[in-house]
Write a protein that binds this ligand. Structure first.
Ligand SMILES: Cc1ncc(COP(=O)(O)O)c(C=O)c1O
Length: 369
C-alpha cells in the first residue's frame, strides 16, 4: 500500500512536495536508534564509502578492518583512496581490540568495527583505543540493524555508522543502506557526497562546507516507503530473536562437544553461534539439519576469499591506493591465522524463527546431547 501511494504521488525522488517517505523514514530511524542524523543511500557498501568521505579519509590513510566481514568493509576505504589493514577477530566473531592496538601505525586514521552476524563489537574497548590514538570510528552495522550494545544501538555509537537494507538484513527492501551520525558536519558532508556534492534540491540548507565532487547514491521514494513499513516490523522481530536465542543458548550451553561463543553484551544478545574444539568437530556439526553453518564456508566474508583485494587490483593501475600508501602493504593468506582458526571452528546457529519454539528446543537438546 505504501509503495502504491509513492507511485500514485508521481513524486519518485525524495525532493519535492510528495509524501516525503524517505525523509520520514530517516526521522523514524533516528528515533528508533537514538541517532542525530540518518541519510538513506542505495547500499550498505555506499553507506561505508559516504561515511569515509564524510570523515575526510583519503590517500595515505590506513583504515583498520576485521579479517572476517563482508568484502565491502575492506573495499570501501579503497574507493576513497585509502588502504585497508586487516585485523584479527576474537571468539566473539568481531574485531579484536588487542590486535587493533598491534596494527595501529602513524598512518592509521580510522577503525571500522563490524558487528557481524548480529553480534556487537567490544565498543567500550574500541572507543577507548580510538580516543587514545585520535582515530575515527565508523561502525559497520550492516548486519546488525536494531541490535543493542549496552544502552545504545549498533551504528549510533561511533563517529559514524553504516546500515545495509539488502535482502539478507534485519530491515530488508532488496537493496539499500543508511549513514548514521550524531555529527552535523559529517551528516552534511555525507549528504553532499551522496548527491554529487549538490547544493540544489533542498541541499542548500545547513551547508557547512564548500561543494565537493560526490557520487549519486540516492534512493527513490518507493524505497523510502518500503523502509518505513519494514522498520515497523523490526522491534517485535528483535524481541523474538532475543527470546529464542536465550532459550537455545541455555540448552546448547550444556553440550560437551562445543561451547556457545562469548558475546560482548549477553543481556541483549540476539546472535547465537558455537565454537568446537577442532575444525573436524565443527565440520561434523554442519551436517546437522541445516541448523549449524560453519563460518569458514561463508565465501567472501573470509579475507582469504577477497581475491581482488588480496591482489591489490583496481580498475585502473593509476587509481591504486597501495601505490601512494605511506608504506609497503602486503596481504598474505596466513596473515590473520587466528581469524581462520576461529572461523574453522565456529558454526552459526539458525534461530529457526519460522518454527515453533518447542521444535527448536528439541533440536537443540539433541545437538547438545
Ligand atoms: C558486514 C557488511 N558490510 C557491508 C555490507 C554491504 O552492504 P550492501 O550489500 O547493502 O552493499 C554487507 C552486506 O552484505 C555486510 O554484511
Amino acid at each position: 500500500m505504501a509503495v502504491g501511494q509513492a507511485i500514485a504521488d508521481g513524486q519518485m525522488i525524495r525532493y519535492g512536495t510528495g509524501a516525503n517517505f524517505t525523509a520520514r523514514f530517516e526521522e523514524e530511524l533516528c528515533d528508533y536508534i537514538g541517532a542525530g542524523h540518518a541519510l538513506t543511500v542505495n547500499s550498505g557498501t555506499n553507506a561505508l564509502v559516504a561515511a569515509l568521505a564524510a570523515a575526510g579519509i583519503g590517500p595515505g590513510d590506513e583504515v583498520l578492518v576485521p579479517a572476517y566481514t563482508w568484502m565491502s568493509t575492506a573495499v570501501a576505504p579503497v574507493q576513497v583512496g585509502a588502504v585497508p589493514i586487516l585485523v584479527d577477530i576474537d571468539e566473539t566473531l568481531t574485531i579484536d581490540p588487542e590486535d587493533i592496538r598491534r596494527k595501529i601505525t602513524p598512518y592509521t586514521r580510522a577503525i571500522i568495527p563490524v558487528h557481524m552476524v548480529n553480534a556487537p563489537c567490544d565498543m567500550d574497548a574500541i572507543l577507548s583505543i580510538a580516543k587514545e590514538h585520535g582515530l575515527i570510528v565508523i561502525e559497520d552495522a550492516c548486519q546488525a540493524v536494531g541490535v543493542r550494545y549496552k544502552d545504545k544501538y549498533c551504528g549510533a555509537i561511533g563517529d559514524l555508522g553504516a546500515f545495509s537494507f539488502n535482502k539478507f538484513k534485519n530491515v530488508n527492501i532488496g537493496e539499500g543502506g543508511a549513514v548514521i551520525t550524531n555529527d552535523e558536519r559529517y551528516y552534511i558532508r555525507a549528504r553532499s557526497y551522496h548527491d554529487l556534492g549538490s547544493m540544489i534540491r533542498g541541499h542548500g540548507d545547513r551547508m557547512n562546507e564548500p561543494e565537493f565532487i560526490g557520487m549519486n547514491m540516492k534512493v527513490t521514494e518507493i524505497q523510502g516507503a518500503m523502509l518505513r513499513v519494514q522498520l515497523r516490523k523490526l522491534k517485535p522481530v528483535m524481541r523474538q530473536m532475543q527470546k529464542r536465542r536465550a532459550e537455545l543458548a541455555g540448552i546448547l550451553d550444556t553440550a560437551k562437544d562445543f561451547r556457545v561463543t562469548p558475546h560482548n553484551d549477553l543481556a541483549h544478545a540476539v546472535s547465537l553461534s558455537v565454537l568446537a574444539p577442532t575444525k573436524e568437530k565443527a565440520i561434523a556439526l554442519t551436517g546437522q539439519r541445516g541448523v549449524f553453518n560453519r563460518l569458514r564456508d561463508s565465501s567472501k566474508h573470509v579475507y582469504t576469499n577477497w581475491e581482488p583485494l588480496m591482489a591489490k587490483r583496481t580498475f585502473h593501475p593509476k587509481m591504486n591506493p597501495w601505490s601512494w600508501a605511506k608504506r609497503e602493504i602486503t596481504y598474505t593468506p596466513d596473515m590473520c591465522a587466528r581469524t581462520l582458526d576461529i572461523l574453522d571452528r565456529t558454526c552459526i546457529i539458525n534461530l529457526g524463527l519460522k518454527y515453533p519454539a518447542p521444535l527448536m528446543q528439541m533440536v537443540a537438546r539433541k545437538l547438545a546431547a
